[in-house]
Design a protein around this ligand. Structure first.
Ligand code: ZN
Length: 228
């Protein structure tokens, strides 16, 4: 009997934990909690941890169940900071894995300083204190911290849309367009590129409050964002 009901019950328990953490984050850290409610939460087993494209927040129930309540709160706060800092719209042609690492190095100290708890072994390095993701990216070693030939480089949301990655669904539900994200040791809550349909919208509204690299793509031209 348990073989039938357990997966369903596990999913329900995960969803309950997720909602509880989301509410707790709203009460304990309203800045992060308010931002979190702008993202549509979706369970997604093709994502190893969590990931966001600025519209959806994908989470792997198995990963969620490995976290303590405090770590789950911290991971959710981590996730909302990617779109808050426009990481999903700033990657351009950069290596996806290395970009994710740079973004995590930029975000995690802010969360720790805010009193949040993150999972063990997340990416924190004093060398990068106060730097933007672009600055950190340029200081990361391309040989060891970005792998252009690695399959993880192919597992970006853009590639998922193109439909030519044979390996992207190894842990997923089987749909050919399941989102996946590059993986790296210590990486949590990956950032995916913004969906194409929302980039023009971002250019006229949300990007006005963010910092962007000077070489931002044409679709972002005309925004009031400041160059770094
Ligand atoms: Zn992240």
């Amino acid at each position: 009997m348990n073989t039938i009901s357990s997966p369903h019950l596990a999913a329900e328990a995960c969803e309950a934990r997720f909602k509880k953490a989301r509410t707790a984050l709203l009460l304990d850290h309203p800045f992060f909690g308010t931002l979190l409610f702008r993202l549509a939460a979706k369970p997604q087993s093709s994502i190893k941890t969590m990931a966001t494209d600025g519209v959806s927040l994908y989470y792997n129930p198995e990963f969620v169940n490995t976290l303590t309540a405090a770590e789950l709160q911290g991971t959710l706060a981590h996730e909302v900071m990617h779109p808050a800092l426009q990481h999903h719209a700033r990657r351009n042609d950069r290596d996806a894995r290395r970009w994710n690492m740079a973004c995590d190095y930029a975000i995690n100290p802010m969360l720790i300083n805010a009193g949040l708890t993150l999972p063990k072994d997340v990416l924190v390095d004093g060398r990068f204190a106060g730097m933007s993701a672009e600055e950190i990216y340029n200081r990361l070693d391309p040989e060891n911290e970005g792998c252009p030939d690695d399959e993880s480089q192919q597992n970006t949301s853009a590639d998922a849309k193109s439909g030519d990655s044979a390996k992207r669904n190894e842990g997923g539900e089987g749909a050919s367009d399941d989102p996946t994200a590059p993986e790296s040791p210590g990486g949590i809550g990956q950032v995916l590129d913004a969906p194409e349909e929302v980039v023009p919208h971002l250019s006229t509204s949300k990007l006005g409050n963010g910092k962007l690299p000077c070489n931002r793509p044409k679709t972002l031209r005309g925004s009031r964002a400041r160059c770094q």
